[in-house]
Design a protein around this ligand. Structure first.
Ligand SMILES: [Cu+2]
Length: 244
């Protein structure tokens, strides 16, 4: 099989690739049938001295056949791919270890927001401290391997498209909407997040990086970047709560 797609490192990527190839080869067969018929007709009915054009109303049977065949092919594809579409696009698997990042697209960056040590967006880890513990950075998404990653997608200006080719994930970010997408990557590495929607002058330079870490690397990254956890959230076996 021709393999022109980037290597798949996503849990659901294999099934996406399967449907990609099925649809691709159906399209290829139809293309060669149509283009072939056109070439045959061009040659067979080309200009000949003394030959007159004849009027024909077409062939009703033939028209019914190709319309029905197309309809049936589309219907089968829709029905067969529906469960996969539903599993990827219409619900997010809720697992214990799930990681959530919020990605806000803007001309021409991905603004990435992490919930910080308390795991909640727009909240402070320590309610008395008053400052938010969310961590924000442009274009760098850091996630652990073999973990469901939920991406909460927003846009500040125009329509962008969050695309991770190796994860087989592409999802529009639409102003005024909050869209939930997810992926789970099975191989640590660095992957690209291009914007796949022509979004303005700097569109071609809108590129994020997805760092997929081993659990140890991910913990190390978190400890370095996220604000230090306050006493309340720290491991209570080592640290005693301050006495008043
Ligand atoms: Cu964009």
């Amino acid at each position: 099989m021709l393999d022109w797609l980037p290597p798949n490192v996503s849990t659901y990527g294999g099934e996406i690739d399967f449907f990609f190839h099925v649809i691709y080869y159906i399209t290829a067969v139809v293309f060669f049938l149509v283009a072939g018929a056109m070439i045959v007709f061009l040659i067979k009915y080309r200009y000949k001295e003394g030959r007159r054009a004849t009027y024909t109303h077409g062939n009703t049977t033939l028209e019914i056949v190709w319309t029905t065949a197309t309809f049936v092919a589309m219907l089968i594809l829709a029905l067969v791919s529906k469960p996969l579409w539903g599993r990827i696009k219409q619900h997010t698997p809720m697992t214990q270890s799930m990681v959530t990042v919020q990605v806000t697209a803007k001309q021409f960056n991905w603004e990435v927001l992490y919930p910080g040590p308390d795991g909640e967006f727009d909240t402070a880890a320590d309610s008395t401290a008053g400052t938010l513990d969310d961590y924000q950075v442009d274009n760098d998404v850091h996630v652990p391997v073999n973990t469901v990653v939920r991406v909460i997608l927003k846009s500040k200006d125009v329509i962008h498209s969050f695309f991770v080719p190796q994860a087989r994930l592409k999802q529009d970010a639409v102003p005024g909407h909050t869209i939930s997408a997810w992926f789970e990557i099975t191989q640590p590495g660095k992957y690209e997040i291009p914007c796949a929607e022509l979004c303005g002058f700097g569109h071609s330079g809108m590129l994020g990086q997805l760092y997929v870490h081993t659990p140890e690397e991910y913990e190390a990254w978190k400890n370095e970047k996220w604000p230090p956890a306050p006493v309340a959230a720290a491991d209570s076996t080592n640290i005693e709560a301050p006495q008043q």
